[in-house]
Design a protein around this ligand. Structure first.
Ligand SMILES: [Zn+2]
Length: 370
């Protein structure tokens, strides 16, 4: 019997370009599916993960090399394991890369994001335990076929192109943050870094969830104007180059302060804008951090206590929340047509990673179509 082979982009050593190689198509285990990858999102942070992660964040290990990266795959179910229920060949899916063990105390309590083995398939892990998960799921999305557990599948509507579905990961990060903060009708939300890859998703889903006012900050005035144009009557923007955001947020909210801050600042951002945004919250407000502000931030805890303010981190999103996003898109409640797709074949993976620096803020969507 001849083994069926496929093309995969693999990285053999940190700092080296990926190589396109022929490797066997994965065999699926009983509760897994085989997905024919049609599109895989390349996020701006991938270059950092591949080149700098070991130095910047040694507590977030990469999989053993050589490895197949690729965080955000979407495609078609090709085959299913003998114990798969509810999915069949031909189904269109997004594969949530969040992997969990299913056995730890948190997993058994249904808190899978708190799993002791929590791992981003095709990206990086959250502890040394992640290698155990990578041994089971060594395939990211930068190959023709990948195996995935049935619990990771988001069913996507026929109206959602694969290139768009490959954006669900970074959309979901802000979606979960908004849900964590109970954003809904009547809410006012400030998104710090609204024109970036994360922040734009926050704007789109805050609109979809019924937020009354959305305040957004950024640096690039042209991109800020594009974000505002999504819903001029509900979105207000402020350039971080125009000084403190507190007087502006006070004006927009008639002195009430905002209910929720989503911090989505990019890598290398200074602590100042996050601390400034914290002071735009009303009493009882909540700041959810999903951005890349690094290091120890000097926070006045007494101020948080006095004002009953919550500051919380939020990681990624659950498959159930991924399904909610797909359902909102199918129902026409959220408009994901704003993205400009830049698609590349697998063979141009290194050029795609290098070219992402020239993106048009969060509106650009870099996708590999294997
Ligand atoms: Zn677990």
């Amino acid at each position: 019997m001849t083994t069926k082979m496929m093309r995969a982009a693999r990285m053999h050593a940190v700092g080296e370009p990926m190589k396109i190689e022929q490797i066997p198509v994965p065999e699926v285990r009983p509760t897994d599916v085989l997905v024919a990858v049609k599109a895989c999102g390349i996020v701006p942070n991938l270059g950092n993960v591949l080149s700098n992660w070991g130095n910047w964040f040694p507590h977030l290990p990469l999989p053993k090399l050589p490895a197949i990266f690729g965080l955000d795959p979407a495609g078609v179910v090709e085959a299913v394991g003998s114990q798969v229920i509810g999915f069949k060949p031909g189904d269109r899916v997004y594969v949530n890369p969040a992997r969990y063990c299913g056995a730890c105390r948190n997993c058994r309590a249904g808190e899978t994001t708190a799993c002791s083995h929590y791992t981003f398939n095709g990206y990086f892990g959250f502890s040394e335990r992640s290698q155990r998960i990578y041994d089971q799921y060594p395939y990211g999305g930068l190959c023709e076929f990948m195996s995935a557990p049935q619990y990771s599948l988001v069913r996507i509507p026929d109206s959602m192109p694969f290139e768009q579905a490959a954006r669900l990961g970074y959309l979901g990060t802000c979606y979960r943050a908004l849900r964590t903060a109970n954003v809904g009708p009547g809410s006012t939300v400030l998104i710090n870094g609204i024109s970036g890859t994360l922040g734009l998703g926050g704007a789109l889903f805050a609109l979809a969830l019924g937020a009354r006012r959305i305040l957004g900050t950024g640096r690039n005035r042209e991109l800020l104007a594009r974000v505002k144009a999504l819903a001029p009557e509900r979105i207000s923007v402020h350039s971080l180059d125009d000084g403190s955001m507190q007087p502006w947020a006070g004006d927009v909210t008639q002195g009430e302060g905002v209910d929720v801050v989503i911090d989505a600042l990019g890598p290398g951002a200074s602590h100042g804008p996050m601390l400034d945004a914290l002071r735009t919250l009303r009493r009882g407000g909540k700041l959810v951090n999903v951005g890349a502000v690094a290091g120890d931030v000097p926070v006045n805890l007494h101020y948080l206590m006095d004002n009953d303010i919550t500051l919380v981190g939020s990681a990624w999103f659950t498959t159930a929340q991924g399904q909610e996003m797909a359902d909102l898109a199918e129902a026409g409640v959220v408009d994901l047509s704003v993205f400009q797709h830049h698609t590349f074949p697998l063979e141009q993976i290194n050029e795609a990673i290098g070219g992402i620096e020239n993106r048009n803020g969060g509106f650009s969507n870099f996708v590999i179509c294997p």
